[in-house]
Design a protein around this ligand. Structure first.
Ligand SMILES: *[C@@H]1O[C@H](CO)[C@@H](O)[C@H](O)[C@H]1NC(C)=O
Ligand SMILES: *[C@@H]1O[C@H](CO)[C@@H](O)[C@H](O)[C@H]1NC(C)=O
Length: 369
């Protein structure tokens, strides 16, 4: 209960702060840490960490002003609720993902450069009434659960016309991860594909009956919920379809034909994204650390439209547009993404931030009643 109240309090604080938070164009070197705390409804840090957090904020502000002074940049950097976070707080957000690298040896001689067939030049599921509001995973590395849940919600709406909020908490609390795919499970990371496997067996409850309690990040919650009706399945799936790796054509064709798709990305450079078409992931060499699960909901000629789970206050109302490219990088830490025990130690990941590297969607999503 305590955590649930904290969640409500945090949501209220965020809503209250919306009016005050400055856009990139309103920032100056005069923007103080004290004003930042007030604008974003953040409690003042404890004395022991105040100076360190203030220094991180000031470094972020300086980097933000530098980036935005470059008029040729395709995206704007912003100040947000994460601007005074430590590296470990950022890292805790990115426990994740879809998990078949171990068995998809084809990761080597790509990308595919085939043009997509039979799809429009632009497409966006958000305009079709099948996408729920953007969520906040809090300090729990549950991106994989939010990505799987959002995908199932949208596929349910596409297939049945019922747009319902489903329970990422059930996935955080219940999905087993014995082979340590993309982490140690729950808030410590997992994959959307393991989530689909679980939903195939147990179904997924509504968010109202099994609400999110892992927001503080200190507990995966209890899978064995009493009364049992709280975890009663609302929706079910027959499994999942994994898409060809590093193949933008297959990804976009599946998006249009079936619904939103869970994808894997290197999100470390995303923390201070505010708006525009993001091209801030280096694509050469070994710097692409795929570590986050998100949802592809649409595209246009220039960008892929991605739903995140870092509140609607981050980015463009909770979304980021990634520049379309088939360039590739090498990920030398696939265990941060979806690598399971015994999987490959380096993989080729293509697309901006590796977004084309590993994608899947739930199959035959329906109402479990
Ligand atoms: C910052 O503060 C200085 C000193 O008060 C003032 O001269 C300057 O115009 C301010 N800059 C901005 C961008 O507000
Ligand atoms: C989902 O549940 C319904 C109702 O029990 C059942 O008829 C349907 O076959 C299930 N679908 C899948 C994919 O398991």
């Amino acid at each position: 209960m305590r955590t649930y109240l904290a969640l409500i309090a945090a949501a209220v604080a965020l809503l209250g702060a919306d009016a005050a938070r400055p856009k990139w164009s309103e920032l100056s070197e005069n923007y103080s840490y004290e004003q930042y705390l007030a604008d974003f409804g953040k409690a003042a840090p404890a004395r022991s960490e105040y100076d360190a957090r203030k220094a991180r904020f000031e470094a972020q502000l300086a980097a933000t002003l530098r980036h935005n002074a470059d008029k040729t940049a395709s995206w704007k950097r912003g100040i947000n609720h994460m601007s005074d976070w430590s590296d470990s707080e950022h890292a805790a957000l990115r426990g994740r993902l879809p998990s078949t690298w171990a068995i998809r040896a084809a990761h080597l001689n790509l990308p595919s450069t085939r043009a997509p067939v039979g799809i429009p030049p632009a497409f966006d599921w958000r305009t079709k009434g099948v996408v729920t509001p953007v969520k906040d995973q809090g300090h729990c590395g549950s991106c994989w659960a939010f990505a799987a849940t959002a995908t199932i919600e949208s596929h349910l709406a596409v297939n049945t016309g019922v747009l319902a909020e489903l329970s990422p908490q059930q996935l955080v609390s219940c999905v087993p991860n014995p082979h340590h795919c993309g982490g140690d499970g729950g808030c410590a990371g997992s994959t959307a594909e393991l989530a689909y496997d679980y939903v195939k067996k147990a179904g997924i409850a509504s968010a109202y009956s099994f609400p999110y309690t892992s927001w503080p990040g200190d507990s995966n919650g209890d899978c064995d919920v009493k009364p049992a009706s709280r975890s009663k399945a609302f929706a079910n799936v027959s499994g999942y379809q994994a898409l060809a790796v590093n193949d933008e054509a297959s990804l976009l064709e599946a998006l249009v034909a079936h619904g939103p798709i869970s994808v894997s990305v290197a999100a470390s450079p995303w923390s201070f994204y505010e708006s525009g078409v993001f091209d801030g992931c280096a694509l050469q060499g070994s710097g692409t650390d795929v570590n986050h699960a998100v949802v592809l909901v649409g595209y246009d000629e220039e960008s892929l439209i991605i739903r995140n789970s870092w509140t609607p206050l981050w980015g463009e109302d909770g979304y980021i547009r990634l520049k379309r490219t088939t360039s590739c990088g090498i990920d030398t830490t696939p265990e941060h993404g979806s690598r399971c025990d015994g999987g490959p130690t380096t993989v080729k990941v293509c697309g901006m931030c590796g977004v084309l590297s590993e994608s899947s969607y739930p199959t035959n999503t329906g109402l479990a009643r």
